[in-house]
Design a binder for this molecule. Structure first.
Ligand SMILES: Nc1ncnc2c1ncn2[C@@H]1O[C@H](COP(=O)(O)OP(=O)(O)OP(=O)(O)O)[C@@H](O)[C@H]1O
Ligand SMILES: [Mg+2]
Length: 359
């Protein structure tokens, strides 16, 4: 079992600084997800932890051992880490069984034990019936699962997974998500998981670290990062969001382009940006005291939800509602909207940040 401590790690490739002062500690047995847009530095961070890349400055510790930093550099094979990379590599000349058995064979594990551990790992990744196949006879998603089984079979204290489910179909992906999580819970290994799939991050992680441009934007458990985003980027990256600009004072928050206000439950005054989840906006027919008055413009029935657009003055606000609750509503109907748990960001800087995200 291993903890990981990353102290002020930076990484530059030539002129471009990909990681900026990355500092964090992953506790023993924790499931950490590094989440962020393409190119933000996730794989680079994993490669530095694994020892495939030297940090430009800073230190990496695994448990109480310094593995990268100053003059110290412990090579990857001596870091006791299991990993599955984005470009998963399986040995082309070995069948599935031998590929998965490889780390155990190297460690001179007794034959009977290899047999049972490989069978178990293959069952976990739903490949039991493919043990005798060669990689060339497998699909991309199946090869990816071979790589995952090979990483799991060695029971490492620390497992680094870089988008290990990216080539799987939605159903298999969902089931593997829970299986990986289950294995981690049972074995108590520390997992650092990289994905740009926010649902995957939410479902599996103890803690999500959201990165943009090599800088940590927020580091929090899933519910907190979703419900209390630290800045507009986080609100926008995780889930759906409606942004509304406004001006706050003690009477309320006047929303731009609507001619209407909502309650101000904070002490904030001046320009603000509200970020609210469209599923946290409740919509009722007709007018309601204290709610925003608007007109239902569009309603798309999606089975489990109805995705609606409501015009409020010059603004169009997205609302995700329960189809049952809007069974009597139709486009053109007057409706009232109540915003629940909006995040409120202060100042002009917040507004600029959103414009930057959107462009
Ligand atoms: N060996 C390298 N030489 C130069 N630039 C590199 C190198 N490796 C990565 N980069 C750059 O570093 C940045 C971060 O890359 P990285 O692979 O860590 O991103 P990522 O977050 O994993 O993205 P993705 O989600 O697309 O996999 C990118 O702009 C990339 O072009
Ligand atoms: Mg990557």
């Amino acid at each position: 079992m291993s903890s990981v401590t990353i102290k002020s790690v930076t990484k530059s490739f030539g002129e471009s600084q990909v990681l900026k002062e990355f500092t964090n500690t992953f506790a023993d047995g924790e499931f950490i997800t590094l989440l962020g847009p393409s190119g933000c530095g996730k794989t680079t961070m994993l490669r530095i932890i694994a020892g495939f890349e030297h940090p430009t400055s800073g230190e990496v510790w695994i448990g109480d051992q310094l593995v990268s930093g100053g003059k110290t550099f412990v090579p990857p094979e001596r870091r006791g880490i299991g990993m599955v990379f984005q470009s998963y590599a399986v040995w082309p000349h070995m069948n599935v069984f031998r590929n998965v058995a490889y780390p155990l064979t190297i460690a001179k594990t007794p034959k009977a034990e290899i047999e049972s551990r490989v069978r178990d790992a293959l069952a976990i990744v739903h490949l039991s019936q493919y043990a005798d196949r060669m990689p060339s006879q497998l699909s991309g998603g199946q090869q990816q699962r071979v790589a995952l089984a090979r990483a799991l079979v060695a029971k490492p204290g620390l497992l680094l997974l870089d988008e290990p489910l990216s080539n799987l179909d939605a159903k298999l992906r969902e089931s593997m998500r829970f299986e990986i999580k289950e294995i981690q819970r049972e074995t108590g290994i520390t997992v650092v998981y990289v994905t740009h799939d926010q649902t995957e991050a939410m479902a599996m992680s103890d803690r999500v670290i959201l990165i943009n441009n090599g800088v940590i934007q927020q580091d929090a458990p899933p519910a907190e990062i979703y419900n209390r985003p630290a800045n507009p980027f986080v609100a926008d990256f995780l889930g759906k969001v409606v942004f509304l600009k406004g001006t706050a004072d003690t009477d309320g928050i006047a929303l731009d382009g609507t001619g209407q206000s909502v309650a101000n439950r904070t002490g904030v005054s001046g320009p603000v940006l509200l970020a609210v989840r469209p599923e946290r906006i409740s919509m009722e027919a007709g007018k309601k005291e204290g709610a925003l008055a608007g007109t239902l413009e569009q309603m798309y029935y999606l089975g489990d939800t109805s995705d609606c657009r409501v015009r409020v003055g010059e603004q169009t606000i997205r609302v995700i509602a329960d189809p049952f609750d809007c069974r009597d509503l139709a486009p053109g109907d007057p409706v009232s909207l109540s915003l629940h748990q909006p995040a409120i960001f202060e100042g002009e800087a917040a507004l600029e940040e959103v414009l930057r995200i959107r462009t």
